[in-house]
Ligand binder design. Structure first.
Ligand SMILES: NC(=O)c1ccc[n+]([C@@H]2O[C@H](COP(=O)([O-])OP(=O)(O)OC[C@H]3O[C@@H](n4cnc5c(N)ncnc54)[C@H](OP(=O)(O)O)[C@@H]3O)[C@@H](O)[C@H]2O)c1
Length: 282
C-alpha cells in the first residue's frame, strides 16, 4: 500500500472518461492526468473533444513539462463516443487499448438534462434520457469491465447527483436515472469485486456547466439553490474531480459501492435557510 502523496498517485494508470470533453468529465480527466494517469476522453462532438485534449495537454505541460517531452505516448487523447451505441463504445474501448495498452479507470460522465413538468414528459423522452445515463453507463461498464476482469483490477466511477437523494422539481427522468445509477453502482460493486473491480459513484452538487447553466445561473431556481447551500455558492468542476481521483487510486483501495457527495453542504442543510435574510446574524 503506497503511503503519503503516493496514495493519490495514478501513475501508470489509464483512464477512459466518457463525457470527458466538457464540464465535470473534462475536469476529472485533467485532474487524473495531473496525478500521473493517461486519459482517453470522449463525447459525441469531435471538435469539442479535440479542444479538451489540447486544454488538458496544456495544463499538464505547464505543471509537468518533462512528462510531455519525455513521454513516447501522449498523456491525453480523444475519441468520438456515443454511449447510446454498443458499437461506438466497443470501438472507443478498442482504440483506448490500442493507444495506451490497457484501461484501469472508467469514468462515466456522459450525460444530458431535461426539465419538464412530469405530465408533459413523454415516455420516449424518459427512455432517451435513461438510455444515455443508465444504459450508457451499463454498456461502458460491461465493455471496459471485461478488460478489467481479465487484468483482475479496475476502478469504475459513475456520476450520480443530488437528485439521487432528493427531488429537484420537474426533472423526474433525470432523478429516476440518477437513482438507477446508484443501484447499478451497488450491483457492480457487489458482483464484480471478486474480479478486482471496485465500483463507486460521485454525486456533485450544483456546478454550472453546459448541462444546466441556463437553468441555474441568474434564475430564480439558482437563487433558491444558493439559499439552500450552506457554502452559498455553486461548485466548480475542479472541485468534483478530487473525489474521482481519490476513488480511482490506492487511497480508496478498500472503498467499494459508495457514493461521495460533493455539494457544499446542500444535502446536510435540512430546512436550508441559514443564508435566508431572516437567518442572517446581525
Ligand atoms: N453539473 C452539475 O451540476 C451536475 C450535478 C450532478 C451530476 N452531474 C452529472 O455529471 C455528468 C457530467 O455533466 P456536466 O455537468 O459535466 O455536463 P456537460 O459539460 O454537459 O458534460 C456532459 C458531457 O456528456 C456528453 N454526452 C452527452 N450525451 C452523450 C452520449 N450519448 N455519448 C457520449 N457523450 C455524451 C456531452 O458531449 P456531447 O454532447 O458532445 O456528446 C458532454 O461533454 C453528467 O452525468 C451529469 O448528469 C452534473
Amino acid at each position: 500500500m503506497p503511503a503519503g502523496t503516493q496514495m493519490f498517485s495514478l501513475s501508470g494508470k489509464v483512464a477512459l472518461v466518457t463525457g470527458g470533453a466538457s464540464g465535470i468529465g473534462k475536469a476529472v480527466a485533467q485532474a487524473m492526468a495531473l496525478c500521473g494517469a493517461r486519459a482517453m476522453i470522449g463525447s459525441r462532438t469531435l471538435e469539442k473533444v479535440e479542444g479538451a485534449v489540447a486544454d488538458i495537454r496544456r495544463a499538464v505541460e505547464s505543471e509537468q513539462p518533462q512528462r510531455i517531452s519525455d513521454e513516447t505516448e501522449p498523456v491525453v487523447a480523444g475519441i468520438s463516443i456515443d454511449v447510446t451505441s454498443d458499437r461506438s463504445i466497443e470501438h472507443a474501448v478498442d482504440r483506448t487499448v490500442d493507444h495506451f495498452g490497457h484501461i484501469d479507470i472508467l469514468v462515466n460522465s456522459a450525460g444530458v438534462m431535461l426539465r419538464k413538468p412530469t405530465f408533459e414528459l413523454s415516455t420516449e423522452q424518459f427512455n432517451d434520457l435513461y438510455n444515455t445515463h443508465v444504459t450508457g453507463t451499463l454498456r461502458c461498464c460491461q465493455v471496459a469491465g471485461r478488460l478489467m476482469r481479465e487484468q483482475h483490477s479496475g476502478s469504475i466511477i459513475n456520476l450520480a447527483s443530488i437528485s439521487s437523494f432528493v427531488d429537484l422539481v420537474e426533472v423526474a427522468a433525470y432523478a429516476a436515472a440518477k437513482n438507477a445509477i446508484l443501484g447499478l453502482t451497488r450491483s457492480l460493486a457487489n458482483e464484480w469485486a471478486k474480479y478486482g473491480i471496485r465500483t463507486n459513484a460521485v454525486a456533485p452538487g450544483f456546478v454550472p456547466t453546459d448541462i444546466n447553466r441556463k437553468m441555474i445561473e441568474g434564475t430564480d431556481r439558482g437563487r433558491r439553490i444558493l439559499e439552500h447551500t450552506p457554502m452559498a455558492r455553486f461548485g466548480k468542476a475542479e472541485e468534483i474531480a478530487g473525489a474521482a481521483v481519490y476513488l480511482a487510486g490506492p487511497a480508496a483501495g478498500f472503498v467499494n459501492g459508495h457514493c461521495i457527495v460533493v455539494d457544499g453542504g446542500y444535502l446536510a442543510s435540512g430546512i436550508g435557510d441559514s443564508f435566508a435574510p431572516w437567518a442572517q446574524p446581525d
